[in-house]
Design a protein. Structure first.
Ligand SMILES: Nc1ncnc2c1ncn2[C@@H]1O[C@H](COP(=O)(O)OP(=O)(O)OP(=O)(O)O)[C@@H](O)[C@H]1O
Ligand SMILES: [Mg+2]
Length: 258
């Protein structure tokens, strides 16, 4: 059987007195988008930090069947574990294309790029493809100062895709995007998944997560409290109470689906 592209098993992370993540197991099968939802402070970003090697954790992480638990973040990235950051940082003096080129883990191409300040054609194609994957290839030569908040987020996502990852963890990619941009991003992510790009998708926009994901995992206080199809999660009373908080929120969600 094909192993999951990402398997994180029994992950626990403690920050001093705070147990941020407790024994969480999550798998992303090939070509699927797995959603990770939960209230603020539930441990979602910490789990991604543990998976990508930015914080120490108990448990094991495998990428395409390979144990990466002891590897540093850059080594995990080289194996194909990509991520975006909740707060996207762009280099303000570099163009959009140059910002995306930073995500290409190819030292020789990057060195050449820095020396000549001319994008090699191979990189140009990869950068264009990465920008195109989130629908912003027209911004290739733009400067970050010219971008909306939503477009800045999309550049951060394109940078992750430019590294040709096997799997990408997206931490709140729709935060800062307007309704139309969020909808468009959902369609683009679905398209990428169908072309074989698996993802772990964190977001607070439930409609966006349910629309894009094959499977959803819900965390609260560092624990998995439910998982299943978007349909099953939507019908799960405990999730509704823990996460959506009230029947009013549920009604609002119901309204949004009509
Ligand atoms: N570097 C840190 N040092 C100490 N505690 C931290 C650190 N980062 C996160 N925490 C704590 O760990 C818990 C989980 O935080 P985390 O940022 O992973 O939650 P989250 O689910 O991503 O929340 P949000 O939806 O607000 O992004 C919280 O109690 C948070 O205060
Ligand atoms: Mg977070």
């Amino acid at each position: 059987m094909t192993p999951p592209v990402l398997a994180a098993r029994g992950i626990s992370v403690r920050y001093g007195g705070v147990q941020a993540v407790s024994d969480v197991t999550i798998e992303v099968p090939p070509g699927q988008i797995v959603g990770l939802i939960g209230p603020n402070g539930a441990g979602k970003t910490t789990l991604v930090d543990a998976i990508t090697g930015f914080v120490k954790c108990d448990g094991a992480v495998e990428v395409a069947g390979r144990d990466v638990t002891r590897l540093k973040p850059h080594a995990r990235a080289r194996i194909g574990l990509g991520r975006t950051w909740q707060a996207v940082e762009l280099f303000e003096d570099l163009t959009v294309a140059e910002n995306v080129a930073v995500g290409i883990d190819d030292a020789s191409a990057w060195d050449k790029f820095k020396e000549l300040f001319v994008t090699p054609s191979l990189d140009r194609a990869r950068i264009t493809e990465a920008l195109n994957s989130v629908g912003i290839d027209h911004l290739y030569d733009a400067m970050p100062t010219e971008l909306s908040e939503g477009q800045r987020k999309l550049v951060g996502i394109a940078r992750a895709f430019a590294g040709s990852p096997r799997i990408v963890c997206l931490d709140e990619p729709a935060a800062g995007l307007d309704t139309a941009e969020t909808r468009e991003l959902g369609l683009q992510l679905r398209g990428l998944a169908e072309q074989g790009m698996p993802m772990l998708l964190i977001d607070h926009d439930i409609g966006f997560v349910f629309g894009a994901c094959d499977h959803v995992v819900v965390v609260e206080f560092g624990h998995v409290i439910a998982e299943g199809s978007p349909h099953e999660i939507y019908a799960n009373q405990r999730v509704i109470e823990a996460y959506l908080g009230s029947s009013a929120a549920r009604d609002e969600h119901e309204e949004g689906r009509r």
